[in-house]
Design a protein around this ligand. Structure first.
Ligand SMILES: C[S@@+](CC[C@H](N)C(=O)[O-])C[C@H]1O[C@@H](n2cnc3c(N)ncnc32)[C@H](O)[C@@H]1O
Length: 363
Protein backbone atom coordinates (compact mmCIF):
# COMPACT_ATOMS: atom_id res chain seq x y z
CA UNK A 1 0.00 0.00 0.00
CA UNK A 2 1.16 3.54 -0.67
CA UNK A 3 3.24 5.08 2.16
CA UNK A 4 0.92 8.11 2.18
CA UNK A 5 -1.26 6.11 4.56
CA UNK A 6 -1.79 7.68 7.97
CA UNK A 7 -3.09 6.14 11.14
CA UNK A 8 -6.83 6.59 11.50
CA UNK A 9 -6.19 8.17 14.90
CA UNK A 10 -4.79 11.14 13.00
CA UNK A 11 -8.07 11.56 11.16
CA UNK A 12 -10.10 13.25 13.83
CA UNK A 13 -13.38 15.11 13.80
CA UNK A 14 -12.01 18.43 12.56
CA UNK A 15 -14.36 18.77 9.65
CA UNK A 16 -13.75 21.71 7.37
CA UNK A 17 -11.27 23.48 9.64
CA UNK A 18 -8.25 22.82 7.41
CA UNK A 19 -10.19 23.05 4.15
CA UNK A 20 -10.94 19.36 4.12
CA UNK A 21 -13.86 17.11 4.96
CA UNK A 22 -13.28 13.98 6.95
CA UNK A 23 -15.42 11.07 5.87
CA UNK A 24 -16.07 7.43 6.60
CA UNK A 25 -16.60 4.77 3.94
CA UNK A 26 -18.29 1.52 4.96
CA UNK A 27 -18.05 -1.78 3.13
CA UNK A 28 -18.59 -5.52 3.60
CA UNK A 29 -16.29 -7.15 6.17
CA UNK A 30 -13.01 -8.13 4.54
CA UNK A 31 -13.16 -5.55 1.74
CA UNK A 32 -11.65 -2.61 3.70
CA UNK A 33 -8.15 -2.95 2.20
CA UNK A 34 -9.52 -2.92 -1.35
CA UNK A 35 -11.75 0.06 -0.52
CA UNK A 36 -8.63 1.93 0.71
CA UNK A 37 -7.04 1.41 -2.71
CA UNK A 38 -10.16 2.74 -4.43
CA UNK A 39 -10.16 5.80 -2.15
CA UNK A 40 -6.58 6.62 -3.14
CA UNK A 41 -7.13 6.02 -6.82
CA UNK A 42 -10.64 7.26 -7.58
CA UNK A 43 -11.79 9.57 -4.82
CA UNK A 44 -8.80 11.92 -4.80
CA UNK A 45 -8.49 11.33 -1.05
CA UNK A 46 -5.91 13.44 0.82
CA UNK A 47 -5.53 10.89 3.58
CA UNK A 48 -6.83 7.37 4.10
CA UNK A 49 -6.82 5.80 7.55
CA UNK A 50 -6.51 2.21 8.62
CA UNK A 51 -9.40 -0.21 8.32
CA UNK A 52 -11.62 -0.32 11.41
CA UNK A 53 -14.70 -2.46 11.97
CA UNK A 54 -18.01 -1.67 13.68
CA UNK A 55 -19.12 -5.30 13.99
CA UNK A 56 -21.14 -5.20 10.76
CA UNK A 57 -18.93 -3.38 8.29
CA UNK A 58 -15.33 -2.47 7.61
CA UNK A 59 -14.99 1.28 8.19
CA UNK A 60 -12.31 3.35 6.43
CA UNK A 61 -11.75 6.98 7.54
CA UNK A 62 -10.52 9.33 4.81
CA UNK A 63 -10.43 13.02 3.97
CA UNK A 64 -11.05 14.97 0.78
CA UNK A 65 -10.67 18.69 0.01
CA UNK A 66 -13.77 20.70 1.04
CA UNK A 67 -16.23 21.18 -1.83
CA UNK A 68 -14.83 18.23 -3.84
CA UNK A 69 -17.55 15.93 -5.18
CA UNK A 70 -16.98 12.31 -4.44
CA UNK A 71 -17.30 9.91 -7.38
CA UNK A 72 -19.54 6.88 -6.72
CA UNK A 73 -17.25 4.56 -4.82
CA UNK A 74 -17.90 1.09 -6.23
CA UNK A 75 -16.57 -0.67 -3.14
CA UNK A 76 -18.38 1.43 -0.52
CA UNK A 77 -21.83 0.51 0.73
CA UNK A 78 -22.24 3.76 2.68
CA UNK A 79 -20.37 7.06 2.84
CA UNK A 80 -20.65 9.38 5.86
CA UNK A 81 -19.21 12.83 6.57
CA UNK A 82 -17.64 12.60 10.00
CA UNK A 83 -19.00 15.14 12.46
CA UNK A 84 -17.40 13.84 15.65
CA UNK A 85 -14.76 11.47 16.93
CA UNK A 86 -13.75 10.19 20.37
CA UNK A 87 -11.28 7.74 21.78
CA UNK A 88 -11.00 6.39 25.29
CA UNK A 89 -13.21 4.75 27.89
CA UNK A 90 -15.17 7.94 28.56
CA UNK A 91 -18.37 8.07 30.64
CA UNK A 92 -21.38 8.07 28.29
CA UNK A 93 -22.29 11.80 28.74
CA UNK A 94 -18.67 12.84 27.95
CA UNK A 95 -18.55 10.53 24.94
CA UNK A 96 -21.78 12.00 23.55
CA UNK A 97 -20.54 15.55 24.15
CA UNK A 98 -17.37 14.73 22.17
CA UNK A 99 -19.34 13.23 19.30
CA UNK A 100 -22.11 15.80 18.87
CA UNK A 101 -21.22 19.44 18.56
CA UNK A 102 -23.71 21.66 16.77
CA UNK A 103 -21.14 24.14 15.44
CA UNK A 104 -19.08 21.32 14.00
CA UNK A 105 -22.19 19.81 12.41
CA UNK A 106 -22.88 23.15 10.67
CA UNK A 107 -19.28 23.36 9.46
CA UNK A 108 -19.64 19.88 8.01
CA UNK A 109 -22.76 20.89 6.08
CA UNK A 110 -21.01 23.99 4.76
CA UNK A 111 -18.00 22.00 3.59
CA UNK A 112 -20.05 19.42 1.68
CA UNK A 113 -20.26 19.93 -2.08
CA UNK A 114 -24.04 19.69 -2.28
CA UNK A 115 -25.95 21.07 0.65
CA UNK A 116 -28.93 19.04 1.72
CA UNK A 117 -32.03 20.73 0.45
CA UNK A 118 -35.51 20.56 1.89
CA UNK A 119 -37.06 22.35 4.79
CA UNK A 120 -37.99 19.44 6.95
CA UNK A 121 -36.08 19.33 10.22
CA UNK A 122 -36.14 15.59 10.62
CA UNK A 123 -33.31 13.41 11.84
CA UNK A 124 -32.57 9.80 12.71
CA UNK A 125 -29.79 8.31 14.80
CA UNK A 126 -28.38 4.86 14.03
CA UNK A 127 -26.02 3.31 16.59
CA UNK A 128 -23.70 0.31 16.31
CA UNK A 129 -21.63 -0.98 19.22
CA UNK A 130 -19.15 -3.83 19.04
CA UNK A 131 -19.68 -4.39 22.77
CA UNK A 132 -22.40 -3.39 25.25
CA UNK A 133 -20.04 -3.98 28.18
CA UNK A 134 -20.00 -0.31 29.22
CA UNK A 135 -23.45 0.84 28.09
CA UNK A 136 -26.30 -0.41 25.95
CA UNK A 137 -26.77 0.57 22.32
CA UNK A 138 -30.19 2.00 23.14
CA UNK A 139 -28.71 4.14 25.95
CA UNK A 140 -26.08 5.42 23.53
CA UNK A 141 -28.76 6.28 20.94
CA UNK A 142 -31.08 7.96 23.47
CA UNK A 143 -28.25 10.10 24.87
CA UNK A 144 -27.29 11.23 21.38
CA UNK A 145 -30.89 12.02 20.46
CA UNK A 146 -31.18 14.06 23.68
CA UNK A 147 -28.00 16.02 22.92
CA UNK A 148 -29.13 16.77 19.36
CA UNK A 149 -32.58 17.92 20.49
CA UNK A 150 -31.05 20.22 23.11
CA UNK A 151 -29.15 22.11 20.40
CA UNK A 152 -31.87 21.73 17.75
CA UNK A 153 -35.20 21.89 19.62
CA UNK A 154 -37.28 22.21 16.42
CA UNK A 155 -35.98 18.97 14.97
CA UNK A 156 -38.02 15.80 15.24
CA UNK A 157 -37.15 12.15 14.75
CA UNK A 158 -38.40 10.40 11.62
CA UNK A 159 -37.57 7.51 9.32
CA UNK A 160 -36.70 8.32 6.59
CA UNK A 161 -35.20 11.59 7.74
CA UNK A 162 -33.38 14.52 6.15
CA UNK A 163 -30.34 13.95 8.34
CA UNK A 164 -29.25 10.42 9.22
CA UNK A 165 -26.52 10.34 11.85
CA UNK A 166 -24.62 7.10 12.38
CA UNK A 167 -22.74 6.62 15.64
CA UNK A 168 -20.31 3.72 15.33
CA UNK A 169 -17.94 2.03 17.71
CA UNK A 170 -15.10 1.17 15.35
CA UNK A 171 -12.48 -0.05 17.81
CA UNK A 172 -12.26 -1.12 21.44
CA UNK A 173 -12.56 2.50 22.59
CA UNK A 174 -12.98 4.42 19.30
CA UNK A 175 -16.29 6.03 18.39
CA UNK A 176 -17.22 7.99 15.29
CA UNK A 177 -20.33 9.98 14.39
CA UNK A 178 -21.10 10.55 10.72
CA UNK A 179 -23.76 12.16 8.58
CA UNK A 180 -24.95 9.71 5.94
CA UNK A 181 -24.21 11.05 2.44
CA UNK A 182 -24.58 8.27 -0.05
CA UNK A 183 -27.35 5.75 0.01
CA UNK A 184 -25.46 3.44 -2.33
CA UNK A 185 -26.84 1.91 -5.50
CA UNK A 186 -30.59 2.03 -5.92
CA UNK A 187 -32.74 -1.05 -6.50
CA UNK A 188 -32.30 -2.89 -9.82
CA UNK A 189 -35.23 -3.86 -12.05
CA UNK A 190 -34.89 -7.54 -11.05
CA UNK A 191 -33.50 -8.91 -7.82
CA UNK A 192 -32.84 -12.64 -7.77
CA UNK A 193 -32.23 -14.75 -4.64
CA UNK A 194 -28.53 -15.20 -3.96
CA UNK A 195 -27.50 -12.03 -5.85
CA UNK A 196 -24.13 -10.67 -4.85
CA UNK A 197 -23.77 -7.40 -2.96
CA UNK A 198 -22.56 -4.85 -5.56
CA UNK A 199 -19.53 -3.88 -3.41
CA UNK A 200 -18.42 -7.51 -3.30
CA UNK A 201 -18.90 -7.82 -7.07
CA UNK A 202 -16.85 -4.61 -7.51
CA UNK A 203 -14.08 -6.12 -5.35
CA UNK A 204 -13.97 -9.27 -7.50
CA UNK A 205 -13.77 -7.15 -10.66
CA UNK A 206 -11.00 -5.03 -9.18
CA UNK A 207 -8.96 -8.15 -8.43
CA UNK A 208 -9.12 -9.15 -12.10
CA UNK A 209 -6.89 -6.17 -12.97
CA UNK A 210 -7.58 -4.35 -16.27
CA UNK A 211 -7.69 -7.10 -18.88
CA UNK A 212 -7.69 -5.95 -22.51
CA UNK A 213 -9.93 -8.83 -23.56
CA UNK A 214 -13.46 -9.31 -22.19
CA UNK A 215 -14.06 -10.44 -18.66
CA UNK A 216 -16.53 -13.33 -18.35
CA UNK A 217 -18.83 -14.16 -15.45
CA UNK A 218 -19.80 -17.76 -16.33
CA UNK A 219 -22.41 -18.00 -13.50
CA UNK A 220 -23.70 -14.45 -13.87
CA UNK A 221 -27.18 -14.82 -12.34
CA UNK A 222 -28.72 -11.34 -12.20
CA UNK A 223 -25.56 -9.78 -13.68
CA UNK A 224 -24.02 -8.02 -10.68
CA UNK A 225 -20.39 -8.78 -11.61
CA UNK A 226 -20.93 -7.89 -15.27
CA UNK A 227 -22.62 -4.62 -14.25
CA UNK A 228 -19.68 -3.65 -12.03
CA UNK A 229 -17.18 -4.49 -14.77
CA UNK A 230 -19.07 -2.33 -17.29
CA UNK A 231 -19.28 0.49 -14.72
CA UNK A 232 -15.48 0.73 -14.56
CA UNK A 233 -15.11 0.65 -18.33
CA UNK A 234 -14.26 -3.01 -18.92
CA UNK A 235 -15.69 -5.21 -21.65
CA UNK A 236 -17.75 -7.93 -20.01
CA UNK A 237 -19.84 -10.97 -20.93
CA UNK A 238 -22.29 -12.89 -18.76
CA UNK A 239 -23.22 -16.58 -19.02
CA UNK A 240 -25.48 -18.76 -16.92
CA UNK A 241 -26.99 -22.21 -17.23
CA UNK A 242 -30.37 -20.91 -16.16
CA UNK A 243 -32.66 -18.89 -18.44
CA UNK A 244 -34.08 -17.31 -15.35
CA UNK A 245 -30.61 -15.87 -14.58
CA UNK A 246 -30.10 -14.65 -18.15
CA UNK A 247 -33.53 -13.00 -18.11
CA UNK A 248 -32.72 -11.16 -14.85
CA UNK A 249 -29.32 -10.05 -16.19
CA UNK A 250 -30.91 -8.88 -19.45
CA UNK A 251 -33.27 -6.59 -17.53
CA UNK A 252 -30.57 -5.32 -15.16
CA UNK A 253 -27.79 -4.61 -17.67
CA UNK A 254 -27.44 -2.18 -20.59
CA UNK A 255 -29.29 -3.31 -23.71
CA UNK A 256 -26.31 -4.42 -25.78
CA UNK A 257 -24.58 -6.49 -23.09
CA UNK A 258 -23.47 -9.90 -24.39
CA UNK A 259 -25.25 -12.66 -22.43
CA UNK A 260 -25.22 -16.35 -23.29
CA UNK A 261 -27.00 -19.39 -21.91
CA UNK A 262 -24.24 -21.92 -21.27
CA UNK A 263 -22.91 -24.42 -18.77
CA UNK A 264 -19.75 -23.26 -16.97
CA UNK A 265 -18.13 -26.62 -17.71
CA UNK A 266 -18.69 -26.27 -21.50
CA UNK A 267 -18.23 -22.64 -22.43
CA UNK A 268 -18.89 -21.55 -26.04
CA UNK A 269 -15.63 -19.57 -26.34
CA UNK A 270 -12.40 -20.44 -28.14
CA UNK A 271 -9.22 -21.15 -26.21
CA UNK A 272 -7.63 -18.02 -24.67
CA UNK A 273 -10.43 -15.75 -25.99
CA UNK A 274 -11.03 -13.96 -22.66
CA UNK A 275 -9.02 -11.71 -20.36
CA UNK A 276 -10.43 -12.99 -17.06
CA UNK A 277 -13.09 -15.17 -15.46
CA UNK A 278 -14.70 -13.53 -12.44
CA UNK A 279 -17.54 -15.27 -10.67
CA UNK A 280 -19.52 -16.10 -7.58
CA UNK A 281 -19.69 -19.88 -8.02
CA UNK A 282 -22.82 -21.84 -7.12
CA UNK A 283 -22.64 -23.51 -3.72
CA UNK A 284 -24.99 -24.38 -0.90
CA UNK A 285 -28.61 -25.40 -1.30
CA UNK A 286 -29.97 -22.67 -3.54
CA UNK A 287 -27.97 -23.32 -6.72
CA UNK A 288 -26.92 -26.94 -6.85
CA UNK A 289 -24.57 -28.20 -9.52
CA UNK A 290 -24.97 -31.47 -11.40
CA UNK A 291 -23.15 -34.38 -9.77
CA UNK A 292 -20.52 -34.28 -7.08
CA UNK A 293 -19.44 -30.74 -6.14
CA UNK A 294 -15.64 -31.29 -6.11
CA UNK A 295 -15.74 -32.97 -9.52
CA UNK A 296 -17.91 -30.13 -10.91
CA UNK A 297 -15.47 -27.53 -9.54
CA UNK A 298 -12.54 -29.38 -11.15
CA UNK A 299 -14.30 -29.44 -14.54
CA UNK A 300 -15.34 -25.79 -14.34
CA UNK A 301 -11.84 -24.65 -13.30
CA UNK A 302 -10.24 -26.57 -16.19
CA UNK A 303 -12.69 -24.81 -18.53
CA UNK A 304 -11.80 -21.39 -17.07
CA UNK A 305 -8.10 -22.14 -17.66
CA UNK A 306 -8.90 -23.03 -21.26
CA UNK A 307 -10.79 -19.83 -22.11
CA UNK A 308 -8.61 -17.27 -20.28
CA UNK A 309 -5.57 -15.92 -22.11
CA UNK A 310 -2.06 -16.60 -20.77
CA UNK A 311 -1.25 -14.20 -17.93
CA UNK A 312 -4.98 -13.54 -17.25
CA UNK A 313 -6.81 -14.00 -13.96
CA UNK A 314 -9.47 -16.27 -12.51
CA UNK A 315 -11.24 -14.66 -9.56
CA UNK A 316 -13.66 -16.86 -7.63
CA UNK A 317 -15.91 -16.39 -4.64
CA UNK A 318 -16.48 -19.70 -2.86
CA UNK A 319 -16.19 -20.93 0.72
CA UNK A 320 -13.01 -22.72 1.71
CA UNK A 321 -14.61 -26.17 1.75
CA UNK A 322 -13.36 -29.73 1.32
CA UNK A 323 -14.94 -29.70 -2.17
CA UNK A 324 -12.89 -26.61 -3.09
CA UNK A 325 -9.72 -28.18 -1.64
CA UNK A 326 -10.30 -31.35 -3.63
CA UNK A 327 -11.69 -29.85 -6.84
CA UNK A 328 -9.43 -26.80 -7.24
CA UNK A 329 -6.65 -26.33 -4.69
CA UNK A 330 -5.23 -29.85 -4.80
CA UNK A 331 -4.21 -29.30 -8.43
CA UNK A 332 -3.90 -25.52 -8.79
CA UNK A 333 -2.55 -24.26 -5.46
CA UNK A 334 0.59 -23.12 -7.27
CA UNK A 335 -1.45 -20.65 -9.35
CA UNK A 336 -3.07 -19.07 -6.30
CA UNK A 337 -1.96 -15.44 -6.12
CA UNK A 338 -4.16 -14.02 -3.36
CA UNK A 339 -6.97 -15.06 -1.03
CA UNK A 340 -9.10 -13.16 1.44
CA UNK A 341 -11.92 -14.21 3.77
CA UNK A 342 -15.14 -12.21 3.43
CA UNK A 343 -18.66 -12.47 4.85
CA UNK A 344 -21.39 -13.43 2.39
CA UNK A 345 -24.91 -12.95 3.78
CA UNK A 346 -23.33 -13.42 7.22
CA UNK A 347 -21.64 -16.67 6.18
CA UNK A 348 -17.89 -17.09 5.75
CA UNK A 349 -16.63 -17.24 2.17
CA UNK A 350 -13.29 -16.62 0.49
CA UNK A 351 -12.17 -14.63 -2.52
CA UNK A 352 -9.61 -16.64 -4.50
CA UNK A 353 -7.43 -15.07 -7.20
CA UNK A 354 -5.54 -17.39 -9.56
CA UNK A 355 -3.07 -16.52 -12.32
CA UNK A 356 -3.43 -18.42 -15.56
CA UNK A 357 -0.24 -19.90 -17.05
CA UNK A 358 1.88 -17.20 -18.73
CA UNK A 359 3.40 -17.66 -22.22
CA UNK A 360 6.60 -19.09 -20.70
CA UNK A 361 4.88 -21.59 -18.36
CA UNK A 362 4.95 -25.23 -19.36
CA UNK A 363 2.36 -27.88 -18.81
C1 LIG B 1 -24.62 -17.69 -6.52
S1 LIG B 1 -25.46 -17.53 -7.99
C2 LIG B 1 -24.69 -16.17 -8.78
C3 LIG B 1 -25.35 -14.89 -8.38
C4 LIG B 1 -24.87 -13.72 -9.19
N1 LIG B 1 -23.50 -13.37 -8.90
C5 LIG B 1 -25.79 -12.52 -8.96
O1 LIG B 1 -25.32 -11.49 -8.46
O2 LIG B 1 -26.99 -12.64 -9.22
C6 LIG B 1 -24.83 -18.86 -8.89
C7 LIG B 1 -25.33 -18.93 -10.33
O3 LIG B 1 -24.73 -20.06 -10.95
C8 LIG B 1 -25.66 -20.55 -11.90
N2 LIG B 1 -25.26 -21.94 -12.22
C9 LIG B 1 -25.43 -23.08 -11.50
N3 LIG B 1 -24.87 -24.12 -12.12
C10 LIG B 1 -24.31 -23.62 -13.25
C11 LIG B 1 -23.58 -24.21 -14.33
N4 LIG B 1 -23.31 -25.52 -14.36
N5 LIG B 1 -23.16 -23.40 -15.32
C12 LIG B 1 -23.44 -22.07 -15.31
N6 LIG B 1 -24.14 -21.47 -14.33
C13 LIG B 1 -24.56 -22.23 -13.32
C14 LIG B 1 -26.99 -20.42 -11.22
O4 LIG B 1 -28.05 -20.38 -12.17
C15 LIG B 1 -26.82 -19.09 -10.48
O5 LIG B 1 -27.30 -18.03 -11.27
Amino acid sequence: MAPRSRDAAGLQGTVGTRGSVECLALTAPGLGPLLREELWERAGAEQVGRVENDGRSDVVPFSIPAGRSLPRLRLAEEVLAQVGWARGELPLPCLVARLWDDARFLRTLTALPSRRRGRSHTFRVVTRLTSERRFLRTQFRDRLVGAILRSRPRWRQADPARFELWALQTGRATYRLGLRLDEGPGARPVERPGALRPALAAALVRLAGRPGRPLLDPCCGSGTVVGEALAVGLKAIGADRSWDGIWAARLNLPARTCLVAADATHLPFPRHALGAVVTNLPFGRRYRVAGEHAAWLARAFAEFLRVVEPGGRIVLLHPHSSAFELGVLSEHRGRLRWRRPVALLGLPATIWVFDTPGPLDRG
